[in-house]
Design a protein around this ligand. Structure first.
Ligand code: AMP
Ligand code: ZN
Length: 119
């Protein structure tokens, strides 16, 4: 069922505490932890506790949690002190766009010059 934990999902297992992660912030609805393969000095993933595969399905199925996710991305940037210089929120959607974990996650990237368009 939409939103239910998936036993074969890495990020559901992080939410459940079954897989270790370096958690930097938690709320009732979200968990934020450092990416294991950082692409910038600040590279944090913000995920909802509920399981949805991507951002659009989260927004359709649990819109208040989608809002929580974006607000928390901003809170992470502020906590990491990257908000003044600018930061990027990335929501890869689909394997063709580089999504490898199909539990929606917002990448929060900052702490270095971020060019646009990205490579
Ligand atoms: P994406 O390619 O958008 O699906 O992003 C998945 C991200 O999850 C990648 O940046 C990985 O480095 C990261 N990742 C994979 N496994 C872990 C883990 N156990 N802890 C933290 N980050 C992870
Ligand atoms: Zn999941």
């Amino acid at each position: 069922m939409a939103g239910e934990p998936q036993s074969d999902c890495l990020f559901c297992r992080i939410v459940a505490g079954e897989v270790p992660a370096t958690i930097v912030r938690e709320t009732e609805t979200t968990v934020a932890f450092r990416d294991i393969n950082p692409q910038a000095p600040t590279h944090v993933l913000v995920i909802p506790r509920v399981h949805y595969p991507d951002a659009a399905s989260l927004a359709a199925g649990a819109p208040t949690v989608a809002a929580d996710l974006l607000r928390e991305a901003g809170e992470v940037a502020a906590q990491e002190k990257t908000d003044a210089d600018g930061y990027r929120i990335v929501l890869n959607t689909g394997a063709g766009a580089g999504q490898t974990v199909f539990h929606v996650h917002a990448h929060v990237l900052g702490g270095r010059g971020l060019t646009w368009p990205p490579g």
